[in-house]
Design a binder for this molecule. Structure first.
Ligand code: CDP
Length: 226
């Protein structure tokens, strides 16, 4: 077996990317890197600084000046990684519904995407990485050794996210989560720069009716059969 060194996993919100990517990274002994946390950290930084989220220049300049560190979990509370924004632990703060609702706006800005893409490519250049996002297979790492596009129905994804939110004590109805998710899907897939879509050479897996172990097994088989 010659395992792929760079693995790109893209797909819409709550499609199971994190679970799959973490399992693959563990299986292969690779770095797990979720690029979504960087867009979330930029959004949080802009809100904290009182910057208007619709001000492209101000938000892009925030993206260029903040420092975002993504580390292996530093606290055993179910987090897949620890996220530091200018040294402060924002791992759960970037998961609040307020960030969910706004994150697709900074993600549309060229300045923000350019700043974050540079960092993502530097991390991937070291190899042995499972990188997760929306545009990894299409823009960030067009030459990734393996590209997976993970999908599921929006109803199933909203149900999963609502369950996750409740585990972390966040209130809100399933309908509200579904509406926010449809809105984010639309913004992510219709934006001009790096829209959410499968790369031409991605393996597309719809896991609406698959269990987590089934998806992981399917991808491990794919890797071992190469
Ligand atoms: O965890 P979830 O799938 O809900 O979202 P995420 O992966 O944390 O990404 C949050 C948002 O960041 C997405 O809805 C996109 O707007 C943006 N994003 C992006 O534009 N490009 C990426 N490579 C990763 C995330």
């Amino acid at each position: 077996m010659n395992p792929p060194s760079t693995i790109a996993i893209d797909g819409p919100a709550a499609s199971g990317k994190t679970t799959l990517a973490l399992a693959l990274a563990r299986h292969l002994g690779y770095l797990y890197f979720d690029t979504g946390v960087m867009y979330r950290a930029v959004t949080l930084a802009a809100l904290k600084r009182g910057i208007d989220i619709n001000d492209d220049d101000a938000v892009s300049s925030t993206a260029r000046t903040i420092s975002v560190d993504v580390l292996p979990p530093t606290v055993d509370d179910g987090r897949p990684c620890t996220v530091l924004l200018d040294g402060e632990d924002v791992t759960w703060a970037i998961r609040e519904p307020e960030i969910d609702a706004q994150v697709s706006i900074p993600s549309m800005y060229r300045g923000v995407r350019e700043a974050l893409t540079i960092i993502q490519r530097q991390i991937a250049a070291r190899g042995e990485v499972v990188m997760v996002g929306r545009d990894i297979g299409t823009v960030v790492l067009p030459d990734a050794d393996l590209k997976i596009y993970l999908d599921a129905s929006v109803e199933e994804r909203a149900r999963r996210r609502w369950e996750e939110n409740h585990l972390h004590g966040t209130d809100g109805s399933l309908e509200a989560v579904l509406d926010a998710m449809k809105n984010r899907d639309k913004l992510d897939s219709e934006r001009d720069i790096a829209p959410l879509r499968p790369a031409d050479d991605a393996v597309v897996i719809d896991n609406t009716n698959l269990s987590i172990p089934e998806v992981i097994e399917q991808v491990i088989q794919l890797i071992e059969g190469r």
